[in-house]
Design a protein around this ligand. Structure first.
Ligand SMILES: C[S@@+](CC[C@H](N)C(=O)[O-])C[C@H]1O[C@@H](n2cnc3c(N)ncnc32)[C@H](O)[C@@H]1O
Length: 272
């Protein structure tokens, strides 16, 4: 379906097939709404914000400028996390931590496809969290997810002191190097800056997460991270400086770029 038809089905609240069966006759109000949508799109605003909707792994999400628009590459991160979760299936209830949850896409997909899990979803932005909560409820998984508004590194340090334990920690953190931010395509500039800004070299969040996550992951559990273009060597270097991790594994995206890293925390897998 092209963008014009997506706008029309949203305005007419009809199915794509209805547009083919009968060419749409718009009322004046609907025509005005269509023109407004087209003008926003021409200004560079992403279609998903205009339609306030996005599909992520078969999960329907509301999106608006409070949150990053979930990317198809992030589905690879979730697929890998689900694969790892299967290897831990003998554990009674899988405990998952999603750092920088945004729209809630990762947390909600994990909760939907892993019925025996509980997810904690952290984000620093209260506006993003309120949308994530709404998305969780709309997808019927709100009872499996608890949301927490906190800086992710503060959360990790505090949770370690409280001796919290997770089977899987997953994150798609902000990973654009700050000097690159003004040069991003116009569409990306509509998205929240805090969802993109990974510090001067784009690696700030990886350092913070990798340094702390191993204290919270049960032996045999996993840390999975989405990574930015060209960051693979730096991220490998950060991981190998912590002896607590092993089995480092990278997965490429559809364009052949290393996009997801998975590491296992050493120690014997325990069930229960
Ligand atoms: C790249 S977006 C990912 C959003 C979503 N998980 C996804 O995959 O589309 C990063 C998220 O991290 C959040 N964030 C940024 N800085 C943070 C921090 N210091 N602590 C916690 N969350 C943070 C942003 O608000 C944003 O929602």
């Amino acid at each position: 379906m092209n963008e014009r038809d997506m706008m029309l089905t949203a305005i007419l609240k009809c199915r794509p097939v209805d547009l083919i069966a009968e060419p749409p006759a718009l009322t004046r109000r609907q025509e005005a709404a269509f023109n407004r949508m087209q003008a926003r799109r021409l200004s560079g605003e992403p279609l998903q914000y205009i339609l306030r909707s996005c599909d992520f792994m078969g999960v329907e999400l509301t999106v608006d400028p409070r949150v990053l628009i979930p990317r198809p590459e992030t589905e690879i991160l979730v697929e890998k996390a689900l694969e790892r979760a299967k290897t831990l299936a003998a554990r009674k209830e899988l405990r998952i931590l999603d750092l920088g949850t945004g729209s809630g896409n990762i947390a909600i997909a994990m909760a939907k496809y892993l019925p025996n899990c509980s997810v904690t979803a952290v984000d620093i932005d209260p506006r993003a969290l309120s949308l994530a909560r709404r998305n969780a409820a709309a997808n019927g998984v709100d009872s499996s997810i608890s949301f927490c508004q906190e800086d992710m590194t503060v959360f990790l340090s505090r949770a370690a002191e409280e001796e919290k334990q997770y089977d899987i920690i997953v994150s798609n953190p902000p990973y654009i190097a700050a000097p690159q931010l003004p040069h991003l395509p116009i569409e990306v500039r509509f998205e929240p800056q805090a969802a993109l800004d990974g510090g001067m070299d784009g690696l700030k969040f990886y350092r913070g997460i990798i340094a702390r996550a191993h204290r919270l992951i049960r032996p045999g559990g996993y840390l999975l991270l989405e990574i930015g273009d060209g960051q693979v060597k730096d991220i490998e270097r950060i991981f190998v400086s912590y002896e607590q991790y092993h089995q480092l594994n990278f997965t490429k995206d559809y364009a052949g770029t290393d996009r997801v890293v998975c590491a296992q925390v050493k120690g014997k897998l325990k069930n229960g």
